[in-house]
Write a protein that binds this ligand. Structure first.
Ligand SMILES: [Zn+2]
Length: 258
């Protein structure tokens, strides 16, 4: 595995001193290829977290441009950047924070027709897109490609984040949780219902935490649970998602995968 340079030893000193990460974990982060779907409210927290942590190769997929109404929660962007590409701006930000990593912006919208092409070749997918149709297309692709998926969403005062590896025996996929009713639902949750920026940032940071744990291989098993946060009640709770034997993505796969 690739060694760490003097710059990287300085940069990641507060990681390397953690016994659970150390030099081995930091090299795992450096070797990792992560794709972030969506440079919105979730991505605005997750992208800086992954960038700072030293994920070696980061792909940022978003076809959208910055709108003034995004700035309340999408803290990657400045007022004078309204109208510019989110993927390009997020990549520029990441490069200015951590010039040691490779960053690739992709100005495309992911759907079922191009998901495998855009997501293939990565070690982990972090999905912070804002609608069910995209999230389900990304989840189905992650299942086909057998790439661990961290799926994160926020609306109003609630955040929900989970790690899914549905091809493993007994493990659910994201569709086991959501079902099939939303494949054509491309409405923008934020535009419809509103969301507090601090809540989407918690969801994005938590998604980055699940991603870093998975890549560095630290902590208790986190897959197959959905972590729910409510900013009004201040409740935080994990719920275990049962594998749906009738799921059209992962149902009945146990015999092949075990
Ligand atoms: Zn499933």
């Amino acid at each position: 595995m690739t060694e760490l340079s003097d710059d990287e030893l300085d940069r990641y000193a507060r990681h390397i001193v953690l016994p659970q990460i150390g030099g081995v974990g930091q090299r795992r982060l450096k070797a990792a290829r992560v794709v972030v779907v969506g440079a919105g409210g979730i991505g605005s927290a997750a992208i800086p977290a992954l960038t700072g942590a030293g994920i070696g190769r980061l792909t940022i997929v978003d076809d959208d441009d910055v709108d003034r109404s995004n700035l309340q929660r999408q803290w990657l962007f400045r007022d004078d950047q309204v109208g510019q590409s989110k993927a390009e701006l997020a990549a520029g930000f990441a490069g200015s924070v951590n010039p040691t990593i490779e960053i690739r912006p992709v100005r495309e919208r992911i759907d079922a027709t191009n998901a495998d092409e855009l997501l293939g070749g990565h070690d982990l997918i972090l999905d912070g897109s804002d609608n069910f149709a995209t999230r389900l297309a990304v989840s189905d692709s992650s299942h086909r490609l057998r790439i661990p998926l961290v799926s994160a969403a926020a609306a109003q005062f609630q955040g929900q984040v989970g790690l899914f590896r549905g091809w493993e025996a007994g493990q659910p996929c994201y569709r086991c949780f959501v079902g099939d009713a939303f494949d054509n639902d491309d409405c923008d949750n934020c535009a419809d219902h509103g969301v507090l920026g601090a809540v989407s940032a918690i969801a994005g940071s938590f998604a980055a935490l699940l991603a870093l744990r998975q890549i560095a291989d630290i902590g208790d098993e986190g897959a197959g649970k959905l972590f729910l946060f409510d900013g009004l009640s201040l409740n935080f709770r994990p719920i275990r998602i049962p594998k749906d034997s009738a799921c059209k993505t992962c149902g009945g796969n146990d015999a092949q995968s075990s």
